[in-house]
Design a protein around this ligand. Structure first.
Ligand code: ADP
Ligand code: 5GP
Length: 223
C-alpha cells in the first residue's frame, strides 16, 4: 500500500485482450467466470452465436443468441471483429464493444476458439495475451462434459471428436495452463494478468512519468 503522504500514481496503459481457448469441457468458462467475478477491471466480450441457448445461460450475458440470417448480416457488414464455425454453429465477436474498451484502456476477456484467437492475433497482436487450457486427461475431459450436464449425448460426442483439432493449436498461444486443479489454474491466470499489465510496451503513460521523475532531480534539496 502507498504511504499516506504519497499520492497514488496512475500510469496510463493499453487494455489487455485476454484470449482463452480450450477443447470444450476443459474448464475455460469456469475459469473465466471466476476471473470476472474477482477482477472487476476485466469485462467479458459477449459473443453472438447461432447455437441454441443452454438452460443455465442468459441472453445478453453469456451470449447474444441470434439467427443465422442475423449472423450473416452482422458478418457481411463488418460488425464482427472475428468469427468462426465451431461444432456446427456460428460464433463471432462484436467489434464495437472491443474498440470502445481498448480506447479506454480497459481489459477484456475473450472465450473463443483457436480460429478466433488466430484472427485476433493477426489483427491486434500488440494487445492480445493468449492462454490455452488443457485437461489433465481425455477421460477427465469426457467426464467433465457429462458432469456439466448441459448438452445432449450427440453434442458431447461432436465436442469430443473436435477436441483433437482444438488441442493441436496449443503451440500458437502465449501461455498453456493444465487445468487439473481449478484453484491452481485460476491462480496461474491471475499471475499472467498481473504480469501482463505491467509490461513496458503496454504502459504508454510511462514516458511522461519518467520524464517528470527526472525533471525533479535538479530541484532536489541536497541532504
Ligand atoms: P469449457 O468452458 O472449457 O467448455 P466448463 O468451464 O464449462 O468448460 O467446464 C466443464 C465442466 O468441468 C464444468 O462442470 C466445470 O464445473 C468442471 N470443471 C472445470 N474445471 C474443473 C477442474 N479443475 N476439476 C474438476 N472439474 C472442473
Ligand atoms: P460453447 O458452445 O461451449 O459456448 O462454445 C463452443 C466454442 O466456441 C468454444 O470453444 C468457445 O470458446 C467458442 N466461441 C465462443 N464464442 C466465440 C466467438 O465469438 N468466436 C469464436 N471464434 N469462437 C467462439
Amino acid at each position: 500500500m502507498a504511504s499516506a503522504s504519497i499520492p497514488p500514481v496512475h500510469i496510463a496503459r493499453r487494455g489487455l485482450m485476454l484470449v482463452i481457448s480450450s477443447p470444450s469441457g476443459a474448464g475455460k468458462s469456469t475459469i473465466a467466470r471466476n476471473l470476472l467475478e474477482k477482477d472487476k477491471n476485466i469485462s467479458l466480450s459477449v459473443s453472438v452465436t447461432t447455437r441454441a441457448r443452454r438452460q443455465s445461460e442468459i441472453d445478453g450475458i453469456h451470449y447474444h443468441f441470434i439467427s443465422k440470417r442475423e449472423f450473416e448480416r452482422l458478418r457481411d457488414s463488418e460488425a464482427l471483429l472475428e468469427w468462426a464455425e465451431v461444432h456446427g454453429n456460428y460464433y463471432g465477436t462484436p467489434r464495437e464493444a472491443v474498440e470502445v474498451a481498448m480506447a479506454e484502456g480497459k481489459d477484456m476477456l475473450f472465450d473463443i476458439d483457436w480460429q478466433g484467437a488466430e484472427q485476433l492475433q493477426d489483427k491486434m497482436k500488440a494487445d492480445v495475451v493468449s492462454i490455452f487450457i488443457l485437461p489433465p486427461t481425455m477421460t477427465e475431459l469426457q467426464s467433465r462434459l457429462h458432469r456439466r450436464a448441459e448438452d445432449t449425448e450427440e453434442v458431447i460426442q461432436t465436442r469430443l471428436a473436435n477436441s483433437r483439432s482444438e488441442i493441436e493449436h496449443w503451440r500458437d498461444y502465449d501461455y498453456v495452463i493444465l487445468n487439473d486443479d481449478l484453484q491452481a489454474a485460476f491462480e496461474a491466470i491471475e499471475a499472467i494478468v498481473k504480469a501482463e499489465r505491467v509490461r513496458r510496451d503496454r504502459r504508454h503513460g510511462m514516458f511522461d512519468f519518467v520524464r517528470e521523475l527526472l525533471e525533479e532531480v535538479p530541484a532536489l534539496p541536497v541532504r
